[in-house]
Design a protein around this ligand. Structure first.
Ligand code: F6R
Length: 616
């Protein structure tokens, strides 16, 4: 995690750097710092625990003047989030400074080596060693050549890194290096930029270079950007990416927070994704980059993801098994990576689901699957992300930038993408005829309207949020695909309101969790009109009999549920019961948000979390 940004050009650097950090703050926000090469030929910086807003205030009084600088917003891995451990980190001379995103696995060994050789390390971080290794290289054979000094230094590192380096003796220059953690650089008429991802650059340029693993880049104040390979040879045609995201998409636009905005954007996101997906031959999913025969031959689908995206995987498993009749295994990437025996067939299709496309565990899993000869298909939201670039095929869910740490619009868009994939497979395998495919596509196309309707009922969630005001814990129940809706609802609630929540398949409650119930205990039951409706209603009876307070997500007109529970979050009827999770979850997103606000939490930036989990 962590966000890094760099600027060298004709303008003052601090403004760009702070703006860049604000845009990257979703990557981590426990401390932040900035360093510029001053007009006096020395480095000047400010760094502190806390958010970018705290850094901004400090910068106002520090008056940092300089047109070349680097900056960092941190999600602590090694060392507590304190002023001392904030980036940038300097070498012993105070003339070299670095910012780092990633983890240096051999940092203990390097710290001892550096200490033995007279370096004084000032922080508890793994990152600081990089500044001192560059110092050694600069003091030795690489003096005057920052690219070579950085290249020498990174050769000694094990782990993952995206770094940006400034040196007071190389004014008007920033050197970057990448291995494992994302980094983009861009040349503009106002100067050259580096950043962890395109977000800070979207208002500045529409063309960025995505550094590959092992590559370095030199940014000059003239705007010139040169990319080098591991051997230090210039790269002739580095990978250029066109940014097609509207910079205003990452602004609040009148909403109280990004979560509210992103919940509201779901109908449009799904419309974009679904538009033009039905052609003469059925569902169009050319992004798969697989022949009809290869698709028809798929005999096992492996779905791998983390967190909310893993919940998409659980829904996708049911959709693919039900519609395409292909067996599916769905696994957490962090578990999959350490499983000893992975069962794959010669025709296994691996699908990684990742909003950011940068989740370290998911990327490792995808590489492992490719290593075993499987085709890897990525379902992601972020254009040009590592998952997208490394996969054999990629489906962009086109939800637009998701800024709130808790995923909402990417979740529903990824579920719709999974439904399209399930239909495409069903079609290729001859499991579904044209009329059936068309019917399912129609049901999918109805979803945006249904979600709009749910959003218009947000007052129901606001009212139900009162139930959780004094609660310490909550139980979420659902059956079938909505056992996953329950899991997603519980995850949303705990991550943004810090209220403990547990999800259980409703029928399993009597095997243990029922012991939790006491008068006033909040239980959220997802009980739409589906084949297991009556069974779930019985579970609600069991909850109420023990004095617990039940909030139910139910389908319009359900008198059974209305007569039983205090709060109903109503959803309109959904064409296919397997698609209910895509509509029902919207209530749970809004409920979690209202509960979090009632409890005074920052819904967009929950404590201890970061949007993009680029460490294992
Ligand atoms: C929860 C949430 C996380 C992410 C998880 C995977 O709201 O957003 O659980 O889903 O960190 O992230 P991606 O999808 O970027 O791989």
């Amino acid at each position: 995690m962590c966000g890094i940004v760099g600027y060298t050009g004709r303008d003052q650097a601090v403004g760009y750097l702070l703006e860049g950090l604000s845009a990257l703050e979703y990557r981590g926000y426990d401390s932040a710092g900035v360093e510029v090469v001053g007009t006096d030929g020395a480095l000047h910086g400010v760094k502190c625990a806390g958010r970018v807003s705290v850094l901004r205030e400090r910068c106002e009084t520090a008056n940092l003047v300089g047109t070349t600088g680097i900056a960092h917003t941190r999600w602590a891995t090694h060392g507590a989030p304190t002023d001392r451990n904030s980036h940038p980190h300097r070498d012993c001379t105070g003339r070299i400074a670095i910012v780092h995103n990633g983890i240096i696995e051999n940092f203990r060994e390097l710290r001892s080596y550096l200490a033995r050789n007279g370096h004084a390390l000032a922080s508890d971080t793994d990152s600081e060693v990089i500044a001192h290794l560059i110092e050694d290289a600069w003091a030795g054979p690489c003096r005057g050549d920052l690219v070579t000094a950085v290249r020498h230094a990174v050769r000694r590192l094990r782990g993952s890194w995206a770094i940006a380096v400034v040196c007071a003796d190389a004014p008007g220059e920033i050197v970057c290096a990448r291995n494992g953690s994302p980094l983009v650089v861009a040349s503009t008429p106002d100067g050259a930029f580096a950043a962890s991802d395109v977000t800070p650059l979207a208002g500045v340029t529409s063309r960025v270079i995505q550094l590959e693993n092992g590559q370095l880049a030199r940014l000059r104040a003239s705007g010139e950007v040169t990319v080098f390979d591991e051997e230090g040879a210039p790269v002739d045609a580095p990978a250029v990416m066109e940014i097609d995201w509207d910079a205003s998409a990452a602004t609040l636009g009148g909403y109280a927070d990004f979560m509210a905005k992103e919940i509201a954007e779901q109908p449009e996101a799904l419309e974009r994704l679904l538009s033009g997906r039905l052609g003469e031959k059925g569902i169009l999913l050319d992004e798969l980059s697989m022949s009809e025969k290869d698709l028809a031959d798929v005999d096992l689908v492996y779905l791998i993801a983390c967190g909310t995206s893993y919940h998409v995987g659980l829904i996708a498993r049911t959709l693919i098994q039900t519609w395409a009749k292909v067996p599916v295994i769905c696994d957490f990437a962090s578990e999959f990576n350490y499983e000893q025996d992975v069962l794959v067939t010669p025709h296994t299709l691996c699908v990684v689901i990742t909003q950011s496309g940068e989740t370290a565990d998911t990327l490792t899993a995808a590489r492992r699957m490719r290593g075993m000869g499987c085709k890897v298909f990525a379902v992601t939201n972020v254009l040009g992300s590592t998952a997208a670039r490394e996969a054999d095929g990629v489906l962009y869910v086109q939800a637009g930038p998701e800024v709130c740490v808790a995923s909402t619009k990417a979740y529903t868009a990824q579920m719709v993408a999974s439904a399209l994939l399930a239909l495409r497979l069903a079609q290729a395998k001859g499991e579904m005829g044209r009329p059936e495919v068309e019917r399912h596509y129609r049901d999918l196309c109805a979803l945006p309207g249904l979600i709009r309707e749910v959003i218009s009922r947000s007052w129901q969630d606001k009212r139900a949020a009162a139930v959780f005001r004094r609660a310490h814990s909550a139980l979420f129940l659902g059956r079938g695909v909505n056992a996953t809706t329950a899991s997603e609802g519980a995850l949303k609630l705990k991550e943004i309101s810090y209220l403990h929540a547990e999800a259980y398949p409703a029928g399993e409650m009597k095997h243990g969790p029922i012991a939790l119930l006491e008068p006033g205990f909040p239980v959220v039951a997802i009980v739409p009109a589906d084949r297991v409706h009556d069974k779930t209603v019985s579970n609600i009876q069991e909850v109420i009999a023990r004095g617990a307070v039940c909030v139910a997500v139910a389908t319009d007109g359900d008198e059974d549920v209305a007569s039983l529970v205090e709060h109903v979050l109503w959803i309109p009827p959904v064409g296919d019961e397997l698609l209910v999770p895509i509509v029902a979850v919207v209530h749970l997103q809004m409920l979690a948000r209202y509960v979090a606000r009632t409890r005074g939490c920052d819904v967009d930036k929950p404590r201890n979390l970061a949007k993009s989990v680029t460490v294992e």
